[in-house]
Design a binder for this molecule. Structure first.
Ligand code: BCO
Length: 566
């Protein structure tokens, strides 16, 4: 890919127009809902044309680097051509068509952006997943979504091949790799051989665009299905105010491409404004690398999980005054007021918080020009009407704890998920009167600022990951040492919350060394399911607290964890 798509610095003859502030997206108003919308055609191709007319600055659309010194810079024009080729690979080579589902499991490589935009162009529904997924996780996703295609990286080929025969709908396997893999089409080779002309599909706003798998208290992850409204929403003025991006801005969103935060923060948001997306490959999280990168490149904005800021602060680095950084945003879990203060003192920059879920995209935020109230997730972003509600959907007054709800009646706002696919009962469960009930507890103050308090259910929010306890309990149950287990959230200084497993041992393992057993169980969970879910804390107990009907009382265990000091 480096040879074919060489790094393209902007031509010096290109007109350096003054940086524009989301000019291309002022075509729409907050409550607009055009019948047709396609992010590739209506936004990316617009910016490509602005480049052709010399009306956009010289910054690339995508600026990708890795630790080996490789670099790719693509303008919107190059991106347009490459993603048209991608669309042709999907349609002509693979025979995929509008509405087909494509599982997208790639690390932070430039092809992730080609594939997602290729999906926009063809109307294929993309389903991002983290590369931490294991064979069983992938099997579940392919089967439940009836995926026709998967695009993944070389290291995951064996995991996919071990389950592919159990997925009758899967017709296309595309690998992003410099090597050939038997039974797989090679994306990097194919994209060179297809023509660069493609006509973008005329997608309706209500056509599905993406599916995000999201964990719940029980069972397997649910499929939160979004239509084109998720992308359109970022183009309206209220959403543009969130980061106030200009075409000259360079935004680094560090989220793994498997999460909705990357789809929104590392693609839709910046490109809606014609800004530059900066990506560092970051195969392994290292706060020192992040600091180096922020000193080396002219990044003006960054968006990262609270744990990232926290872990940077914990490094013994004397200078955190980054030369170009102007604005920092965080989301996914909470940051402590003390951490906000320290970041501000050491960098001179305030952290602005956002709030959202796979179901909602970014729904609340402390927008760039808003006053920061440390610890608040900010105000609702139009067209969402957010209220604090009780379990019947009644609106509660300010400073009263309740559920964070988004109004869905009489009109379901664009940008909110459409449904949990194949699960009308789970979709109905989160509908509460006129509202979607997020399941998150919160309050709102007199100024309209929301304050996140925590989950109302057993879902664990560790380092910004939403983890369903049963997914971890099921993984533990496969180990011979585990008679039964209960998995709950436990407070942690570094990660906000971590996964803790209470384990009842089988008789044969009762006398085993518990330190070793803890390591074995952790390793086991990492090997059978995505490793971010592994229990960082394990406690062996003689029995688990249960109700008279035999249901494990996770809440009791969780409350015990939180009643002890962090
Ligand atoms: O900590 P350990 O070393 O014991 O374990 C780590 C990894 O080393 C390990 N691992 C990863 N890949 C593996 C593997 N082990 C075996 N095989 C593999 N292939 O598993 C553990 C993974 O934990 P982690 O991901 O938390 O790792 P790390 O490196 O500590 O990363 C820290 C963070 C902060 C970078 C990471 O936790 C993170 O990215 N968190 C943010 C998640 C996020 O973006 N959430 C947003 C969701 S979307 C949303 O909220 C909606 C907003 C609109």
């Amino acid at each position: 890919i480096f040879k074919f798509f060489h790094s393209s610095s902007p031509s010096s003859s290109q007109q350096h127009s003054a940086s524009t502030s989301g000019a291309g997206t002022q075509r729409w108003k907050d409550y607009d809902s055009p019948e047709e919308f396609n992010f590739a055609r209506d936004v990316l191709d617009y910016w490509a044309q602005m480049e052709e007319e010399g009306k956009r600055g010289p910054g690339p659309a995508l600026w990708w680097v890795n630790s080996q010194g490789d670099e790719i810079k693509w303008s919107f024009r190059e991106l347009r051509d490459l993603t048209r080729r991608t669309a042709n690979v999907f349609e002509q080579t693979c025979g995929l068509k509008q509405g087909d589902r494509l599982a997208l499991i790639l690390p932070r490589v430039p092809e992730w952006w080609l594939v997602t935009v290729g999906c926009f162009r063809t109307g294929i529904v993309f389903m991002p997943g983290t590369t931490q997924l294991k064979a069983k996780d992938i099997l579940y996703r392919l089967q439940t979504s009836q995926a026709k295609a998967i695009v993944t990286t070389g290291s995951l080929v064996p995991e996919v091949d071990s389950v592919a025969s159990e997925c009758p709908t899967l017709k296309t396997k595309l690998v992003v790799s410099d090597h050939s893999h038997e039974g797989w089409l090679n994306f990097r080779s194919l994209i060179k051989s297809v023509p660069p002309d493609h006509t973008c599909v005329k997608s309706k706003m209500k056509d599905p665009m993406a599916i995000f798998f999201t964990s719940g208290t029980t069972g397997f992850p649910k499929m939160a299905k979004h239509n084109q409204g998720l992308a359109f929403r970022s183009c309206v003025p209220s959403c543009r105010k969130l980061l106030n991006l200009k075409t000259s801005d360079i935004l680094w969103c560090m989220s793994d491409p498997g999460w909705i935060l990357a789809t929104v923060g590392a693609m839709i948001e910046p490109w809606a404004s014609g800004a530059t997306i900066f990506i560092h490959h970051l195969p392994q999280f290292d706060p020192k690398v992040i600091v180096e990168v922020l000193f080396k490149y002219p990044i003006t904005q960054c968006l990262a999980a609270p744990a990232v800021y926290r872990m940077i602060l914990q490094q013994k680095i004397t200078n955190l005054r980054f030369p170009s950084l102007e604005h920092c945003t965080t989301g996914g879990e909470s940051l402590l007021p003390e951490e906000y203060k320290q970041w501000e003192q050491r960098t001179g920059i305030l952290i602005h918080e956002i709030y959202g879920q796979s179901e909602t995209g970014i729904s609340c935020a402390v927008s760039r020009e808003m006053k920061v109230k440390r610890g608040s997730i900010g105000k609702a972003i139009l067209p969402f009407d957010i209220q604090i509600i009780d379990e019947k959907g009644n609106i509660l007054p300010p400073n009263t704890e309740g559920y964070l709800g988004i109004r869905i009646k009489p009109t379901r706002p664009l940008g909110l998920f459409v449904e949990y696919e194949n699960s009308p009962e789970k979709t109905a469960e989160v509908e509460c009167g006129d509202f979607y009930n997020s399941g998150d507890r919160a309050t709102v103050d007199e100024d309209g600022y929301f304050w996140f308090l925590g989950r109302s259910d057993d879902v664990i929010n560790a380092s910004g990951y939403r983890i369903g306890p049963t997914e971890v309990e099921n993984a533990l149950a496969e180990h011979p040492a585990v008679a039964e287990s209960a998995v709950v959230s436990s407070p942690d200084l570094n990660r906000g919350e971590v996964v803790k497993a209470f384990v009842v041992l089988t008789p044969e393992f009762l006398l085993h060394n518990q330190e070793q057993l803890t390591k074995d169980l952790q390793q086991h969970v990492k090997s059978v399911t995505a490793p971010y879910k592994y229990p960082r804390k394990v406690e062996f107990v003689a029995e688990l607290p249960k109700t008279v009907t035999g249901k494990i009382k996770r809440k009791e265990l969780r409350l015990k964890e939180y009643s002890q000091r962090r």
